[in-house]
Design a binder for this molecule. Structure first.
Ligand SMILES: Cc1cc2nc3c(=O)[nH]c(=O)nc-3n(C[C@H](O)[C@H](O)[C@H](O)COP(=O)(O)O)c2cc1C
Length: 301
């Protein structure tokens, strides 16, 4: 079997495939089908300092090549996650990446500061797509200066490695990635969803506006990974529209050190285990001994 183990922040992960934040509940929900220990690491639903109720329904809308979600960052809050769910990951010895957000700088800082280092927490993942309510609702991730400031402040309150998860809704994602790294981000997650609207032809209305994910996002995510991983000195995690093993391989070749799977799980709940196996098979079939042998090889061409 091709060796797909990968090292991230000094820790060995048995594979480089994670779920995307918000698409695998709190991890326990998938148990009847397969266990979270299958993952290289589990990424939490976005957590905030206080529990958050999210948006009214409808919250999801199917499109031809993707889906739009407007969950509105509903979550149980950081404290309850650690009291109720974290022991499950401890029991399973599954590494965890804690995705978190805030609606103000203070909320980001408070949330990150609340998360105590633990052997199983390999990183925090900061969702920068969140609206800054003190800046008229513009998302934290849209301007290099805002990204630099918030990443620097969060880095000051945590010793846990920090991924900055970027929004694609920017003029130049390389500028944003560079700002995050200059502020001390230890890694980048590329990318979050793209703002979009659904249209209901029967009702002749727009039932929801939200984030577009799935296959339609893949080329945008792939470009972001390729361009950013060439210039930043930190690991890049690729996410956006990865539906099968060949999509996954293309992200590794574009420079991703690990990948995340979101919407694919909604179509096929076994997508993640299938992709893990498929990547390993690809290495075998093409004479590669380890995943490191393909990471970034598309940079050279
Ligand atoms: C239902 C749903 C909920 C999501 N919740 C979050 C979240 O809480 N935090 C976050 O950073 N991204 C969230 N995302 C974005 C995903 O983590 C991922 O970046 C995006 O969906 C692109 O990947 P995909 O095309 O494989 O789904 C969510 C996506 C979906 C579909």
């Amino acid at each position: 079997m091709g060796n797909i183990s990968v090292k991230l922040f000094g820790k060995n992960l048995h594979n480089p495939v994670f779920n995307a934040s918000g698409t695998l509940g709190y991890g326990v929900e998938i148990e009847p089908l397969w266990g979270v220990e299958t993952l290289g690491a589990y990424v939490t639903k976005g957590l905030s300092i206080k529990p958050h109720h999210g948006n009214l329904t409808p919250r999801v809308w199917e499109e031809r090549y993707g889906m739009i979600n407007s969950i509105g960052l509903q979550n149980v809050g950081v404290e309850r996650f650690f009291d109720t769910y974290f022991p499950f990951f401890k029991k399973k010895k599954t590494p965890v990446i804690v995705n978190f957000f805030g609606f103000t700088e203070d909320e980001y800082i408070a949330c990150a500061g609340k998360i105590k280092p633990d052997r199983l927490i390999i990183a925090l993942e900061m969702n920068l797509s969140c609206p800054n309510i003190k800046a008229g609702g513009i998302s934290f991730g849209k301007e290099p200066r805002m990204v630099f400031d918030i990443v620097k402040k969060v880095k000051a309150v945590t010793k846990i490695p920090l991924f900055a998860k970027l929004t694609p809704e920017v003029r130049n994602i390389v500028d944003i990635a560079t700002a995050a790294c200059e502020a001390g981000a230890d890694g980048l997650t590329l990318i979050n969803t793209m703002p979009a609207a659904g249209f209901d032809a029967k009702k002749r209305n727009i039932p929801l506006k939200g984030g577009l994910s799935g296959p339609v996002l893949k080329p945008i995510a792939l470009r972001a990974v390729h361009e950013c991983s060439k210039v930043v000195p930190v690991p890049v995690v690729g996410v956006g529209g990865i539906m099968d093993a060949m999509d996954a391989v293309s992200f590794f070749m574009a420079g991703a050190r690990a990948i995340q799977i979101g919407t694919a799980t909604f179509i096929d709940p076994y997508a993640i285990p299938k992709i893990i196996k498929g990547v390993s098979n690809y290495l075998d079939a093409n004479g590669y001994k380890k995943i490191d042998d393909i990471i970034g090889i598309a940079h050279e061409k």
